[in-house]
Design a protein around this ligand. Structure first.
Ligand code: FEO
Length: 392
């Protein structure tokens, strides 16, 4: 257990060995599951709990503290934070769980928590611990419908749940505000928060209104001092409407013809001053692609034909880009086929939630000829014009 302030302690666990989150995004350095204790003069609250995988270690630490837990604040029911609620309710028979109505429903469904132990709090409701007050703000869709933020008023500490989180294990407790941390927070934002960017923007505003002295998320380091502005600044940038002078060129090529087209288009765009992030879909991990999608203006797919449609890797990338709901303004498809089929339509059809403009595809039979390179020149001009206009 680590001290954050008098009567406020960190009792989370670093999971440096975890390789992947949600069975989707690789974790270069694992993650943390944060849990906090807040002591008042009369009552003690535990804010979020622990992923059951580390339940034994966590419960031992709570027991060793000798504290009696009166309230378990569940900011969000996802099991990486709620997993030990049933065990804690056994340990502390008079404790209740404070949460939103939606979270109460989720806790009953996911962990079979008895309804009698759940106490729903209203948006803006306050609970006194004796000399310390917890105020709850419902924050639906940051990132589940059940989410709330908990504000410790007297200390101005905001327990923000997954909001402002990062899969970052390099710091023991407080944020180092390094480029590495910014990258980890961006990877986290891209997968977890970007699909809800409008809600993130709204609750970033709420956070700034509260002027917290410290932001204490449920993954990654605690932001104090300059760290508060650091993480608020990053979220302000990521949730804004602005895109970068950048396109992603995500390609997969079976016999190098599509790779040749991707190289040509990349060189053409770069020569016109457009930033290009080229990603070989056979090697790129989902987290890297998601991070680039946070501020990319466009996404260009380069794909070979497999049987009568695009390579499945490119369809998967399009599916992922769609569900992450990035700011993407346009997409395009380039590629090569051998004997027939439809390359662009199956990729375009993936974009049901995100609605980028679809530029005319450049699809070539076999190895590209001079006339095909002229089509790529025209596509490059179109992309450049759009990116430059967006940058204004
Ligand atoms: Fe870290 Fe949405 O749970």
């Amino acid at each position: 257990m680590k001290k954050i302030a008098d009567g406020v302690h960190y009792c989370g666990i670093h999971d440096k060995d975890r390789k992947i989150f949600d069975q989707l995004v690789p974790l270069p350095q694992g993650t943390t599951y944060n849990s906090y204790i807040v002591e008042g003069s009369e009552k003690t609250a535990l804010i979020d709990t622990m992923y059951a995988k580390f339940g034994g270690q966590y419960i031992d630490a709570i027991a060793a503290s000798g504290l009696r837990i009166d309230h378990i604040v569940s900011n969000h029911a996802e099991p990486d934070h709620s997993g030990m609620i049933p065990k804690l309710l056994e340990m502390f028979p008079s404790a209740d769980v404070l949460c939103t109505p939606k979270c109460a429903e989720n806790l009953q469904n996911m962990l079979h928590v008895d309804q009698s132990r759940l106490r729903c709090v209203a948006d803006g409701e306050e609970i006194s611990l004796g000399g310390r007050t917890l105020k709850f703000y419902h924050a639906p869709w940051v990132h589940w419908p059940d989410t709330m933020l908990t504000f410790l008023k007297e200390d101005a500490f905001l327990f923000s749940c997954d909001f402002f989180g990062a899969h970052y294990t390099k710091n023991e407790l407080f944020a180092d505000c390094s480029p590495d941390l910014a990258a980890a927070a961006k990877r986290y934002y891209a997968e977890i928060m970007m699909p809800f960017s409008k809600f993130c923007s709204k609750y970033l505003g709420k956070t700034q209104e509260l002027s917290p002295k410290m932001i204490l998320p449920s993954h990654g380091p605690v932001y104090g001092g300059d760290g508060v502005k650091f993480i608020e600044g990053l979220y302000s940038e990521w949730t804004s409407e602005a895109v970068s002078n950048k396109v992603i060129l995500a390609y997969v090529s079976m016999y190098d013809n599509t790779a040749l087209m991707a190289d040509y288009l990349e060189n053409s765009l770069v020569s016109k001053g457009v930033g290009v992030v080229k990603a070989d879909l056979m090697e790129t991990d989902e987290g890297e692609l998601a991070m680039e999608l946070v501020d990319a203006a466009g996404l260009i797919f380069g794909t070979s034909m497999v049987l009568t449609g695009p390579h499945p890797k490119s369809v998967y990338a399009a599916y992922l880009a769609n569900i992450l709901r990035p700011k993407l303004k346009f997409t395009a498809v380039i590629g090569s086929f051998g004997w027939g089929g439809n390359l662009a339509a199956p990729i375009d059809s993936m974009f049901t939630l995100t609605k980028p403009e679809k530029l005319a595809p450049v699809v070539v039979k076999g190895r590209p000829r001079e006339s095909d390179f002229r089509l790529l020149d025209a596509l490059s001009d179109e992309i450049t014009a759009r990116v430059k206009a967006l940058a204004k």
